[in-house]
Ligand binder design. Structure first.
Ligand code: NAD
Ligand code: DAU
Length: 337
């Protein structure tokens, strides 16, 4: 049995990860440490919250005392760090919390993990640390880190801290850098859920700039299978890029969503561009495919339909988020957090 500290497990990717792990295996005990920021939602985990191999703790990864206490109490042997401030637009409006959580928080986890001599520290990172591509080329693990937004620079800072702990102290760090995720439980500030929900309300769909920026999309389940593999089999001190080679222009996605919902393109509104907007991301994932035998299973055309269907079927989930009372709802249903 492994005792694994999973941080940020009430967010989009982390909650999909914990649900997947606890439904598919019984050899991991998971302590989920999550601050429950605006993006953390315990409703995402109701299916597994009574699992004997699961414990939720509300708290901040930068709280050294708490992290120490959890390592001791649960005999933690490994860490998977999802916790982060994750939204680029918010980092442009105010960056401090990004550096506090993403850089300092990760450093606290690394320090405590070093003290307790963990077996593995998996840092969940992003392709955004590489900066922006032109019309051609792909990010490989050898592409220099060159982040452009406060968000991506804070994630790059966390990656560099993690690698420095490997080089200096031999910490058992492995990093995954993934492209844009989509799927169930994504907070409706990100492109895909925001567009689905606006379209359902017949509200305008705000497309930044010329709408021709490109992202490389991956279904969240494929990302989480890559994290599980990199955690178990990834080499220490190595970075693994994760992506499904599904590049799309933003405007193509928005039109696709409108088509699936049977809504008119007249809902599209071109708005002022995001400052410093990265033009194109595209991932070369051959390393994880060749070394760890990972490959993506979901095709964008099918998984985007599944995703839209999930949002249609889970209206009350996102309505509570939009109203801002999802924590109150959770506590009424399941007890005080
Ligand atoms: P999210 O914003 O949906 O969830 C983040 C979670 O972290 C929330 O539950 C939040 O409450 C928690 N959190 C924030 N600050 C915390 C703190 N100080 N202490 C403890 N918990 C804290 O994010 P996501 O989209 O699920 O992303 C998860 C991770 O994956 C992040 O590290 C992100 O950088 C990375 N990533 C995301 C994508 C993507 O497309 N969403 C792609 C590649 C990598
Ligand atoms: O590449 C991985 C990254 O993907 C993750 O590290 C981040 O956590 C995640 O937020 C995501 O970053 P992006 O900035 O690419 O995602 P976002 O959904 O915010 O935007 C996707 C694209 O859509 C981007 O080019 C900006 C554009 N956009 C976004 C919003 C919210 C719009 O045109 N209109 C919008 O309203």
């Amino acid at each position: 049995m492994r005792n694994i500290l999973v941080t940020g497990g009430a967010g989009f990717i982390g909650s999909n990860f914990i649900n997947h792990i606890l439904k598919s295996r019984d050899d991991w005990f998971i302590v989920n440490l999550d601050k429950l920021t605006y993006a953390g939602n315990l409703e995402n985990l109701t299916e597994i919250e009574n699992n004997k191999n699961y414990q939720f703790v509300r708290g901040d990864i930068s709280n050294r005392e708490l992290v120490n206490y959890l390592f001791e109490k649960y005999n933690i042997d490994s860490v998977i760090n999802f916790a982060a401030e994750s939204h680029v637009d918010r980092s442009i409006l105010g960056s401090e919390i990004f550096y506090r959580t993403n850089v300092i928080g990760t450093t606290v986890l690394l320090d405590v993990a070093k003290k307790f001599g963990v077996e593995k520290f998996l840092q969940v990172s992003t392709d955004e640390v590489y900066g922006s591509l032109g019309a051609t080329g792909l990010f490989t693990e050898n592409t220099p880190v060159s982040p452009n937004s406060p968000y991506s620079s804070s994630k790059a800072g966390a990656d560099l801290a993690a690698l420095s702990y490997y080089h200096t102290f031999g910490a058992p760090v492995t990093i995954t850098r993934c492209s844009n995720n989509y799927g169930p439980l994504q907070f409706p500030e990100k492109l895909i859920p925001l567009m689905i929900i606006n379209a359902l309300h017949n509200k305008k769909l705000p497309v930044y700039g010329d709408g021709l920026n490109v992202r490389d999309w991956i279904y969240v389940i494929d990302h989480n299978r890559a994290i599980e593999l990199a955690f178990e089999k990834g080499k220490i001190g190595e970075v693994y890029n994760v992506g499904a080679s599904q590049e799309m222009k933003n405007i193509e996605i928005v039109k696709l969503i409108l088509g699936i919902l049977g809504k008119s393109d007249s809902l599209i509104e071109y708005v002022k561009d995001r400052p410093g907007h990265d033009r194109r991301y595209a991932i070369d994932s051959s390393k994880i495919q060749n070394e760890l035998s990972w490959k993506p299973e979901f095709k964008f055309e099918q998984a985007i339909v599944k995703t839209v269907e999930w949002y249609l079927a889970n209206k009350s989930w996102w309505e509570r988020i939009i109203r801002g009372d999802y924590l109150k709802y959770y506590e009424n249903q399941y007890g005080k957090v």
